[in-house]
Ligand binder design. Structure first.
Ligand SMILES: Cc1cc2nc3c(=O)[nH]c(=O)nc-3n(C[C@H](O)[C@H](O)[C@H](O)COP(=O)(O)OP(=O)(O)OC[C@H]3O[C@@H](n4cnc5c(N)ncnc54)[C@H](O)[C@@H]3O)c2cc1C
Length: 428
């Protein structure tokens, strides 16, 4: 069943014309359909509505999806949320992680350090929030101005008429939009409609991971503990409340495509990978089997030669997922949404999509390049590399100096997360 939330201005202005105080005109509002209501989708909806577009968001889940591991908002993305007016709310929700403790195979402590020394963040400036707090804030900022259709998705897309995109919905019905934007994540169906199978654009980084919540029976408070052996990491991340975020990351030779749609296969894969592991891992595996919020995926990036075709374009993970190894997925989604909406303001779809790519690709690439070919500094796959990492962590713990892995900068010399200066667009 489709639940449609009508926007405030649709009920107020049945004639479908722009009536914002900023731009009083009788030009018909261009209609945009966005697929996906997580981070990129609502952020894009917000900015498109500000630029005078009539926006509909279709989300396959029956409601806004909360949950997920805490995520970072840094650098240029902080300016996006500031301009949206949600920065104070996010600062309120900020998780002030006190300590990161690394453990060896037997659970023995290797090093205990200030989190900012390895995340590349800036203490007191960057934000780390529960993923659900960010989606809630974005949704609250936009829900009155945009039409949301939950529990539905695009069934077919046809732009052959040349005048718009004819869309049919799984829940029934068809409509025509001026543009369609896929904000539907790494495994984007919009991308598949447009460009074909994911495999062409999927850059596998050599790991799979599972995230879920479990009871905090460990006495942890605002801290993260990470256990490692070569090719395996288990982490417990306590951010308040009665639960901890559990995270299991493991090296895997190829992407397990068959497991992506099969939660039981995912549980089996993780259980096999951690079968003989020590520390708290057996309890984590038991919790994994009962978890109702399991998030499993390959650690991978999406790299595409272009982000649009005709009247359809992609934003966020659908176009350029950077992987959690960069800590930049949500920030790229926020910045990409701002840049796409601003690029479309006052331009037709062709010129707008070209401007979006031209202005944003360098920033995206600089952030994706923070990860080398699978050699994630925090997740070494050999005993030697693990020993080197541990030596580095011991040094960091003694010196509190930023790690070389996260001091990575773009060609401009600025840190990758700040490599784009956000332009002002008319209406933003
Ligand atoms: C429930 C959830 C938990 C997550 N947890 C983690 C985590 O623990 N660690 C991590 O690194 N990343 C996690 N992510 C991904 C993280 O949110 C993104 O990497 C990042 O924030 C970029 O956001 P995005 O909006 O581009 O994509 P995503 O956050 O992936 O959002 C895509 C949205 O599109 C919707 N969607 C997908 N297919 C369709 C379709 N065919 N039709 C309509 N809607 C569709 C999805 O339900 C989702 O709401 C999670 C995402 C979700 C949805």
């Amino acid at each position: 069943m489709t639940r449609t939330v009508l926007p405030r201005d649709v009920t107020a202005t049945p004639t479908d014309v722009t009536t914002t105080p900023r731009d009083v005109t009788t030009t018909p509002r261009r209609k945009v359909l966005i697929s996906g209501a997580s981070i990129a989708g609502p952020a894009l909806a917000y900015w498109l509505a500000r630029h005078g577009f009539a926006v509909t968001v279709v989300e396959k889940a029956s409601a806004l999806r909360g949950g997920g591991y805490p995520i970072d908002v840094r650098g240029t993305a902080l300016e996006v949320v500031r301009r949206m007016g949600i920065l104070p709310q996010l600062r309120e929700a900020h998780i002030d992680l006190r300590r990161l403790t690394f453990l060896g195979a037997d659970g023995d402590e290797i090093a205990s350090i200030d989190p900012h020394t390895v995340t590349g963040g800036v203490a007191g400036h960057d934000i780390e929030v529960r993923r659900g707090d960010l989606t809630d804030a974005l949704y609250a900022a936009v829900r009155d101005d945009v039409e949301f259709m939950f529990d539905d998705s695009i069934d077919t897309l046809d732009q052959s008429s040349g005048h718009g995109v004819d869309v049919t919905f799984r829940g029934g019905g068809s409509r025509t939009f001026d543009m369609v934007i896929g904000a539907d994540g790494v495994h984007s169906r919009t991308r598949e409609f447009l460009f074909g199978p994911e495999e062409q654009f999927h850059r596998y980084l050599g790991y799979c991971f599972a995230g879920f919540t479990m009871r905090n029976t460990f006495g942890l408070f605002d801290e993260l503990m990470m256990w490692n052996t070569p090719g395996r990491a288990a982490a417990l991340y306590a951010v308040g409340g009665d639960d901890v975020h559990a995270f299991l990351n493991f090296a895997q030779p190829g992407p397990p495509y068959e497991a992506f749609r099969d939660p039981q296969a995912q549980r089996d894969l993780v259980t096999d990978a951690f079968a003989d592991a020590g520390w708290e891992v057996p309890g984590m595996l038991a919790a994994l089997h009962d978890a109702d919020d399991l998030f499993f995926d390959a650690v991978s990036q999406i790299r595409m030669p272009r982000w649009s075709s005709g009247r359809v374009a992609l934003v966020g993970d659908a176009a350029y997922a950077p992987s959690f190894l960069t800590g930049q997925g949500s920030s790229l989604a926020l910045v990409g949404a701002y840049m796409l909406a601003g690029s479309l303001a006052g331009r037709d779809h062709g010129a707008g999509f070209a401007a979006y790519e031209h202005s944003t690709r360098g920033f995206v690439t600089a952030n994706q390049d923070l990860v080398g070919k699978g050699d994630a500094a925090l997740f070494p796959t050999t005993a030697r590399a693990l020993e080197q990492r541990n030596a580095m962590l011991r040094r960091l713990s003694a010196e509190s100096a930023p790690s070389p892995a996260t001091a990575a900068s773009s060609a401009s010399g600025r840190p990758a997360h700040s490599a784009l200066t956000l332009p002002e667009f008319p209406g933003s």
